[in-house]
Design a protein around this ligand. Structure first.
Ligand code: NAD
Length: 519
């Protein structure tokens, strides 16, 4: 009954403005093309962070149910890998159209469960949609290579084949984009997939599963299991799963990377970040300050590419005042309210953690330029809100600098030269993104060459590449060697087979046991 109630509210309502789940139900798993109720005795609440109100529950999928999902993916693989790539692409063409049709519905579900503003949630869907669009060109992306007459009468060619059953484990901060980084690429390559959404925000994945079915994805090609650590460990240990895409924190990511690798799986693991912006005194002031405020506080700082640290070089320090004025003007409210700039952070414990890190900065000697703690949003008094916060005079030994805060907190540091600023960034353990704001090509080029970060912005605050490139975090922000989407994403979800063939009239040359060499 609960499963049906939940489905009818989130999956089949065409109006994006649905009820607020007055009767919390239980989400279903999605196995073999069916939305199936779990028999789990343990459940986890999905909570609207603007109200701290339980929307519904997700089951902690049992071991048997998990294996049923893997078996469904395994059973679907032989027919799916032999389905022409053009057919697989056409299903992605359908899917991108359906995602466009239902963007508002998915975005509403994201805002309800995750808290970000509706506009930002639409962006979350759109950035995922772009990966679906890219997967529509899989026939070219998956092509192998051919070398003719590598030896007399011998040609060699390589084929990129799907791996089999692959899995994805998702974080809470992009409920649509990150599942869409994973399964569209994997399945269009010919794999089948088991997705574990974040237990905090599973609704968008469930809508996407329904759209994938409507697009024509055969039963069993995409499966969804809910849960937390136990389900993740099942994914790491399962002998039928060949590859895992993970996005989330370093604690979980490194655990999954080592546990799954020990079982012979390939893993791509995108993890935490501390993204810096270096501000040169010659930068264009207005545009830079607007970019810093948007990238620092958008999505309440809960983006892995959020700008969390500003390094003012020389004179640019005087812009701190302008930064504070702009940040102060931002509207904090429920993401469903019009004109909201920042919604709540994901949970009570996230709010407590963010506030503790702010406090540790103050105790450590940082100057509190703008204090977003203790904010109360009328009508949403129980929500997990933190207002824009700016700490200045931050040094690299402070806890608030060493830890990823993942909230609307901007740290300001000071450097006398570009060299010193680059040195600060390079000493940080993370390497997701870094940006420079300048009008000097010389400074920009030096920054691009010397900075140790995977994604570099030059007058661009959040340099996340579109899907024809890859998402290229580095250092502690990434484990593995093939990044998400783009060419690397296709390589991750395929294995190479190299064929050497000889077609010629073979003269009888007798038997030679020597190692064959090119003739
Ligand atoms: P999280 O690590 O808590 O959860 C991510 C997934 O891992 C969830 O599905 C969760 O169930 C599972 N998980 C969590 N702890 C686990 C454990 N101990 N054992 C097994 N599984 C576990 O991350 P989150 O809080 O949902 O997301 C925020 C983090 O994700 C931030 O660190 C952020 O920087 C990072 N992130 C990185 C990128 C990127 O591309 N680099 C993108 C988005 C988010």
């Amino acid at each position: 009954r609960f499963s049906e109630a939940w489905k009818s509210r989130t999956l089949t309502t065409s109006s994006p403005h649905q009820t607020d789940f007055p009767d919390p139900g239980r989400a279903t798993n999605f196995i073999g093309g069916e939305f199936v109720a779990s028999h789990a005795t343990q459940t986890l609440p999905v909570i609207n962070p603007a109200k701290q109100q339980t929307l519904y529950y997700v089951p902690e999928t049992t071991n048997d149910e998990f294996k049923t999902a893997v078996n469904a993916a395994k059973a679907a693989f032989p027919a799916w890998r032999n389905t022409p790539v053009t057919t697989r692409q056409r299903i992605m063409f359908n899917l991108q159209q359906l995602i466009r049709r239902d963007t508002d519905k998915i975005a509403y579900q994201i805002t309800l469960e995750q808290g970000k503003t509706l506009k930002d949630a639409q962006g979350d869907v759109f950035r995922g949609l772009e990966v679906v669009e890219h997967a529509c060109g899989m026939a070219s992306l998956q092509m192998g290579e051919y070398a003719s007459n590598v030896s007399s009468g011998i040609d060699t060619y390589s084929i990129r084949e799907p791996l089999g059953v692959c899995a994805g484990i998702c974080p809470f901060n992009f409920p649509a984009m990150i599942p869409l980084w994973m399964f569209p690429v994997a399945v269009t390559c010919g794999n089948t997939f088991v997705l574990k959404p974040s237990e905090k925000v599973p609704g968008a994945s469930m809508i996407l599963a329904q759209l994938a079915m409507e697009a024509g994805l055969p039963s069993g090609v995409l499966n969804i299991v809910h849960g937390a650590n136990d389900t993740v460990n099942n994914i790491c240990d399962d002998k039928d799963i060949r590859a895992i895409s993970f996005v989330g924190s370093n604690t979980a990511g490194m655990h999954i990377y080592s546990r799954a690798a020990a079982k012979g799986k390939r893993v791509q693991s995108n993890m935490g970040a501390k993204n810096h912006a270096i501000i040169m005194p010659d930068a264009s002031a207005d545009a830079t300050l607007n970019a810093l405020v948007a990238a620092g506080f958008g999505a309440a700082g809960q983006r892995c590419m959020a700008l969390s640290t500003v390094v003012f070089v020389g004179d640019s320090k005087r812009w701190e005042e302008g930064l504070m004025e702009r940040a102060k003007a931002l509207k904090v409210n429920s993401g469903l309210e019009p004109d909201t700039d920042l919604g709540p952070v994901i949970s009570k414990s996230a709010k407590e953690r963010i506030q503790a890190l702010i406090q540790s900065g103050i105790v450590g000697g940082a100057r509190l330029v703008l204090d977003g703690r203790n904010i109360v949003v009328p009508g949403f008094e129980s929500g997990n809100f933190v207002g824009p916060t700016i700490l200045s005079d931050v040094t690299s030994d402070m806890e608030c600098y060493k830890e990823e805060i993942f909230g609307p907190v901007l740290l300001c540091m000071q450097a006398d030269s570009l060299e010193e600023a680059i040195d600060i960034v390079n000493k940080n353990k993370y390497g997701n993104g870094a940006s420079i704001f300048t009008t000097s090509g010389v400074a920009a080029r030096k920054f691009q060459n010397e900075i140790e970060a995977g994604q570099v912005g030059i007058n661009v605050p959040i340099p996340v590449p579109l899907p024809f490139f890859s998402f290229t975090g580095s250092k502690a922000s990434f484990a593995g060697d093939l990044n998400f989407y783009g060419k690397a994403g296709v390589q991750f979800f395929t294995q190479i087979k190299t064929v050497t063939q000889q077609w010629k009239d073979l003269p009888n040359q007798g038997v030679s046991l020597a190692m064959p060499t090119s003739q």
